[in-house]
Design a protein around this ligand. Structure first.
Ligand code: RAM
Length: 436
């Protein structure tokens, strides 16, 4: 328990210290007026957290060795979700957290944050996800839960359609729906909890993939685009071809990121140097299917780099590329605990002797907690999810009480911005493998 707490403190203090966006390229790349609000509210949250860290000046420095120490002392500890996670089981008055499917640590970690926050304010929660990553399986579970009179639904969807009937049933029963990670239809959700700005995630993933293909170590926070500009200007080889190993073909969140990657590739710096089209394959967040798709990338031999924007896909691709001793490089969104065998672990490592020299994610536990904060405010009647409406979430672990505001999201509904992408690379992996 004590170790867990120390590790948790290290988590957000370190993230605040070295978030990749950090008001650099992140703000500049968000064109839409709607996104400005998002960046602002994200910046506010980061600022608030940074202030809290600054108030006790040595906190961040102390946290790093503490996390390392925790990692060193608990070699056999489960990497993630090892806290006391409470599941009250389904029933009337219980807040439901539904992920795309079971067996995915990303969903487990979000639930850990959701459950911990909700219990801290006296609410009951349950984690209900189907075994199969399909819309139909989620709909069937939702239908039963709504009949039981659950208090609220927080869902990461498997598709952008097919939920209308069951969502209407929830709405008619007065059960509020919000989405997290993968958005639900704006018509039925009150708001969406967005992990980090979509355009940033897409752009950073493309930048990382190309830099890695060019053999460039992670250049540091906010420096990827400028470094890439210089490197590509000097590049005269064949156009670099990117592949994406995604989750489901209809999964809203991954499709949003892929669209942002395609947008990034329109930047003239890539012209003639990186192929503007992406070769896409879908592993449905299933390890076996993702492995088959990764193998197809290897046998076809068309791509130079794979971006896998799913924690399941990136592990499958890591394994396949490593076993095949392939020249294809890898980056994407992954959990450090699951990517240890495919990534460097210390500054003295040669990052390029590993299939995935660097990758990204965000504070998944905090993300789940923010959804709890949204449901708390909805229940209290202080937040209705509309553009411009605000709520203050209580302090969570070492995050201070923070105000969030609804902003208009790309799908026409609203969202609340929870975090910022964070890069895992050889200099910080050791601190993270037992944390996330
Ligand atoms: C997977 C899920 C989720 C995604 C993360 C990064 O576990 O597909 O949707 O956001 O990875």
């Amino acid at each position: 328990m004590v170790l867990k707490k120390i590790a948790a403190i290290g988590l957000s203090a370190l993230m605040v210290a070295t978030m990749v966006g950090c008001g650099s390229t992140g703000a500049a790349q968000t064109g839409a007026a709607a996104a400005d609000t998002a960046v602002e509210s994200g910046a506010e949250a980061a600022e608030a957290a940074a202030d809290a860290t600054a108030a006790e000046a040595p906190a961040a420095e102390e946290a790093a060795p503490a996390a390392e120490e925790a990692a060193a002392e608990t070699p056999a500890a489960p990497a993630a979700g090892s806290g006391e996670v409470i599941d009250d089981g389904p029933g009337a008055g219980v807040h439901v957290f539904m992920f795309k499917s079971t067996g995915n640590s990303f969903g487990d970690l979000m639930y850990e944050g959701f459950s911990e926050y909700m219990h801290s304010i006296g609410e009951k929660t349950t984690y209900q996800s189907p075994a199969e990553t399909t819309v139909a399986a989620q709909v069937q579970m939702l239908d039963e839960l709504i009949t039981q009179g659950v208090a609220s639904i927080t869902i990461s969807t498997n598709g952008d359609s097919g939920y209308d009937q069951v969502f209407k049933k929830a709405k008619d029963a007065g059960i509020p729906i919000i989405s997290i990670d993968s958005a639900a239809s704006p018509e039925y959700r009150l708001t969406h909890v967005n992990q980090a700005e979509t355009n940033d995630i897409g752009a950073y993933l493309v930048q990382a993939a190309v830099l890695i293909k060019l053999g460039i170590d992670y250049p540091g926070d906010g420096k990827m685009k400028d470094t890439l500009k210089t490197e590509l200007a000097n590049y005269s080889g064949d156009p670099i071809k990117l592949g994406v190993l995604s989750a489901g073909i209809d999964t809203p969140v991954q499709n949003g990121w892929i669209a942002a990657m395609e947008e990034e590739l329109k930047d003239p710096i890539y012209s003639g140097k990186v192929d503007p089209t992406i070769d896409k394959k879908y592993g449905n967040d299933d390890l076996t299917e993702s492995t088959t798709q990764a193998q197809a990338f290897v046998s076809e031999g068309k791509v130079d780099a794979i971006i896998s924007p799913t924690t399941i896909g990136i592990v499958a691709a890591g394994q396949v590329l490593k076993s095949a001793n392939s020249d294809i490089v890898l980056t994407g969104l992954g959990l450090p605990s699951e990517m240890q065998s495919f990534m460097p672990a210390s500054s003295s490592d040669d990052a390029f002797s590993f299939v995935c020299p660097y990758m990204m994610l965000w504070d998944v536990i905090h993300l789940g907690a923010v959804a709890g904060g949204v449901q708390q405010a909805i229940k209290a009647g202080t937040f209705d999810g509309s553009d411009g409406s605000t709520f203050t979430m209580d302090a969570f672990r070492d995050y201070p009480a923070t105000e969030y505001s609804g902003y208009t999201y790309s799908d026409g509904g609203t969202a609340v911005l929870a975090g910022t992408p964070y890069v895992f690379y050889k200099d910080n992996m050791a601190e993270w493998v037992n944390v996330l």
